[in-house]
Design a protein around this ligand. Structure first.
Ligand code: NAD
Length: 257
């Protein structure tokens, strides 16, 4: 499949799943815009590496996905947005009565509201181009709950709902909107959760991986970044043109329980 002439904007893509998705889309020929809230030489170097490796145009644009105006400015600065991957996300693990308010606000803004703002800014560009793909990186936690993750689960369920609305509002156009719901993928976001989960449950970090984190993942294997990225490129293909408003789980059987 070739995505030549398409421009993909991937939010939160200087690390983990987002970076893997940007690389996969570039490998399929798309020009890519990388993003995060930092503006380091390393961030721009990632874009240069992708451009050199895949022969596409790759840029890094700093924008803080916790801020509405910066979400919209990211899309405007990209100049084109045929493929929008809403991937930026953070996590915080705490009981609901101890959950810090500023963490709640940040998670709702970054993991949920940012997708509203970027989608609102990108849809007119997709309509003008006559083609578009919105791919929201939700989570198995967009479909199921676990204790101590109130903000994350609220945000991810919200993203799944928003995905359905975008699909209905674009149903008569060559635009689709879908959410991918991965189980646990071993990225910096999950690595950071291991000590907190161990603390919440009063167990060792090894036990936290086996007994808590992968407890609900019957395969007992982490999903890989490449597997999630492969679903994004599939959703950009012609074979997926009638797949819209739905969720695709990659969770080792978690949500079949
Ligand atoms: P990660 O921490 O490696 O990546 C998160 C990305 O978001 C980073 O590039 C980070 O810089 C960026 N980001 C954070 N705050 C931002 C902000 N304010 N503005 C812009 N960018 C910001 O984590 P990851 O595991 O790759 O997570 C990526 C997405 O996948 C998240 O939405 C996460 O919820 C989702 N997800 C992850 C897993 C998993 O197990 N790792 C499972 C399901 C869903």
């Amino acid at each position: 499949m070739s995505l030549k002439e398409k421009t993909a904007v991937v939010t939160g893509s200087n690390s983990g799943i987002g970076l893997g998705i940007a690389r996969e889309l570039a490998a399929a020929g798309a020009n890519v815009v990388l993003n995060s809230f930092t503006d380091n030489d390393e961030d721009h170097a990632l874009a240069k590496e992708i451009a050199a490796e895949f022969g596409v145009t790759a840029r890094y644009i700093k924008a803080d996905m916790s801020k509405a105006d910066e979400c919209r400015a990211l899309i405007e600065q990209a100049g084109a947005c045929d493929i929008l991957v809403n991937n930026a996300g953070i996590q915080h693990v705490a009981a609901i009565d101890e959950f810090p308010v500023e963490k709640w606000d940040a998670i709702i803004a970054i993991n949920m509201s940012s997708a509203f703002h970027t989608t609102a800014a990108a849809l007119p560009m997709m309509r003008k181009a006559g083609w578009g793909r919105v791919v929201n990186i939700a989570s198995a936690h967009g479909l199921r709950a676990s204790p101590f993750k109130s903000a994350y689960i609220t945000a991810k369920h919200g993203v799944v709902g928003m995905t359905k609305v975008v699909a209905l509002e674009t149903a008569r156009e060559a635009i689709t909107a879908n959410a991918i719901c991965p189980g646990y993928v071993l990225t910096p976001l999950v690595e950071k959760q291991i000590p907190n989960t161990a603390k919440e449950y009063g167990i060792s970090e090894d036990e936290a991986i086996e007994k808590v984190i992968l407890l609900k993942q019957p395969s007992k294997e982490f999903v890989t970044v490449e597997q999630v990225a492969g679903i994004v490129t599939f959703l950009c293909s012609d074979a997926a043109a009638q797949i819209t408003g739905t969720t695709i789980s990659a969770d080792g059987g978690w949500t079949s329980q």
